[in-house]
Ligand binder design. Structure first.
Ligand code: SF4
Ligand code: SF4
Length: 443
């Protein structure tokens, strides 16, 4: 592959294909000694990354090589769970001399960037920092594939696993802008009467009651659950309930802290203290600075707490309030030796987590279906990334081709603001532009 440029990546609209969708050209403008390919996919029932590696290993490795070249890295590391032996065997002969595979345990949250950096490189990212602080840039599997394709085609497709209570759990390749309901229908439809959608996974995703919500560049997958499933019931608890029950039932056993992945790395987050503060803060809410370092993995609420309380929501609520009030812990302490002594023997095994979450009843598979899902109408969101929403560059009635830019980040100080352009994922006519979405119909 000829040398790829940051502007080609930017023009192709490549963003982190999971999480917040950070623009990849900005991430790869940094300098680091290592690029880490995050293939540790640890959301229960998700299989997209393995399926991409099985089908597109050459492109993913090419994307890793391009990322290494751009950031000036000497090493490329691939973190993948050791149980995926077939994928590891497939990858090995394709790797360059400066790349290697680091097999990981089947635990949650192996795919958390900070945990991955520690497991693969033995480096602790300080609280409030990013992996770059310890010389690493982390990209995920689909992002690497999109980087490899950037010079030839923009991002117009998404791969996502549809799992849980569906007739045929599957990993689909869909045009960006189809609806969640279309994806569930493509997976054979729900197998339960009152189906609930968890977008982004059971642990870190969100409950989505709008079945017509749109797939965008960051939609990692979708788990369908019955409305009375324990995870759905926990997620439907409202804030006052969480506080009232938490205040009266938390016995300060501190298991939530003892198993918190960020506390185990040595960060100053202690969810049991946040729970304790519910009882004596003036607002009746938590008020503990360490919550700022919560990665929202949900392990404390859905796995660690023996009373089924919700320390994660308490931490997140407090973290958001601290941010809104612009309260920062300027020099948070770090206890890096805690990781050496505790992290390895306090991981949450996936099997135990799946049992605890009541997910073992669902088939844990998601084979990639060949071919792109057909769509006659798509909605391209103008904000599918971290940063500023795009402005539309097309008008209703205009004919567009697949891959044509339909929205661009606005200029800020003469340069494009942080963001990434968005492209038409099917050819057709711009039917309307409404509520931050460009609707395209194939007519
Ligand atoms: S694990 Fe549960 S009961 Fe124990 S301190 Fe944390 S929130 Fe309280
Ligand atoms: S969600 Fe809970 S376990 Fe995860 S980082 Fe936050 S406090 Fe720790």
């Amino acid at each position: 592959m000829s040398r790829l440029t940051l502007s080609e990546i930017a023009e192709a609209g490549v963003v982190g294909a999971g999480g917040a969708g950070f623009p990849t050209q900005v991430k790869l403008a940094a300098k680091a000694d290592t690029v880490l390919l995050n293939a540790a996919e640890c959301e229960p029932l998700f299989h997209k990354d393995k399926e991409i590696l099985r089908a597109h290993a050459d492109e993913v490795v090419a994307g890793l090589a391009a990322a290494m070249q751009l950031v000036g890295a000497r090493r490329g590391e691939i973190g993948i769970k050791s149980k995926y032996e077939d994928v590891i065997e497939l990858l090995r002969p394709k790797l360059a001399a400066d790349m290697e595979i680091v097999p990981l345990e089947d635990a949650y949250p192996a795919g958390d960037e900070f945990i991955l950096v520690y497991d693969v490189l033995g480096r602790v990212v300080p609280p409030g920092a990013i992996p770059l602080a310890v010389g690493a840039v982390v990209i995920n599997v689909e992002t690497a594939m999109n980087v490899a394709r950037a010079a030839q085609e923009p991002v117009t497709e998404k791969l996502l696993t549809v799992a849980g209570a569906v007739a045929e759990p599957v990993t689909l390749r869909v045009p960006i802008g189809v609806s969640l309901a279309q994806c569930v229908a493509a997976a054979g439809g729900p197998t339960v009467a009152h189906a609930t959608y968890m977008v982004g996974g059971v642990m870190m995703g969100v409950l989505e009651d709008n079945r017509d919500a749109l797939v965008d560049k960051t939609t990692g997958g979708l788990v369908v659950l019955p409305e009375d499933h324990v995870v759905v019931r926990r997620r439907r608890q409202y804030w006052k309930q969480i506080v009232r029950i938490g205040r009266s039932a938390c016995d300060q056993c501190s298991l939530c802290t003892e198993l918190c992945p960020r506390w185990l790395l040595g960060h100053p987050i202690e969810p049991h203290r946040a729970m304790r503060s519910l009882g004596f803060s003036l607002t009746g809410e938590a008020d503990v600075m360490g919550t700022a370092f919560c990665c929202e993995c949900n392990l404390c609420s859905l796995y660690s707490c023996p009373e089924d309380l919700d320390p994660k929501s308490v931490c997140v609520q407090n973290k958001r309030r601290l941010a809104a009030e612009k309260r920062r812990w300027e020099s948070p302490p770090l206890s890096p030796r805690r990781a050496e002594s505790h992290l390895n023997n306090r991981k949450a095994p996936m099997k135990r987590l799946m049992n605890k979450l009541g997910l073992s009843q669902f088939p844990n598979v998601g084979p990639l279906r060949s071919g792109l899902m057909e769509a006659s109408r798509v909605g391209i969101r103008l904000k599918q990334h971290a940063g500023v929403a795009c402005e539309p560059v097309v008008k209703p009635g205009e004919r567009v081709s697949k891959g044509q830019v339909v929205g661009r980040p606005p200029l800020s100080g003469g340069k494009p603001a942080l963001g990434a352009p968005v492209h038409a994922s099917i050819k057709g006519v711009v039917a309307e532009i409404r509520d931050g979405v460009v609707w395209i119909e194939n007519r």
